[in-house]
Ligand binder design. Structure first.
Ligand SMILES: [Zn+2]
Length: 132
């Protein structure tokens, strides 16, 4: 059984700040920033490709609830919602989880990509491949 399934079953203690029938939301023990929370479906679904209803909706609804809870309790007004699906994307626990990552002015996290001119020929080709 994976570590998140053990947390869901309360075999491992957690700092759960929100929970309903479909999800459990608890503080990430590594706290990348203050209030960093994980939203985990209460079914072992590996990644975004495996996510299914009603868990899909429950995860995003919980993200809104947790975000507002962090706003109310910690004064958080900037948040990244982040999912890593697959090891190349940085997934380490193979049970889907959405990071709610509060952002602060001095947190030294940088997701900004290098800006460059759009390549419309490549975009056109990519769009046709995905949308056909
Ligand atoms: Zn699991």
């Amino acid at each position: 059984m994976c570590v998140f399934c053990k947390i869901i079953n309360n075999e491992i203690p957690s700092y759960t700040i929100y929970e309903d029938e479909y999800v459990k939301c608890f503080l990430d023990i590594s706290q990348a920033t203050k209030g960093h929370t994980l939203i985990v479906p209460k079914k072992h679904l590996q990644d975004v490709f495996a996510l299914e209803e009603p868990f899909t909706s429950a995860v995003l609804n919980a993200a809104v609830k947790v975000s507002n809870l962090l706003k109310e309790k910690l004064g958080v007004t900037n948040i990244n919602l982040l999912n890593n699906s697959g090891s190349l994307a940085g997934q380490t626990v193979m049970h889907f989880h959405l990071h709610v990552l509060p952002r602060y002015g001095n947190d030294e996290i940088d997701f900004h990509q290098v800006e460059h001119e759009p390549d419309f020929a490549k975009l056109d080709e990519l769009y046709k491949k995905i949308s056909s």
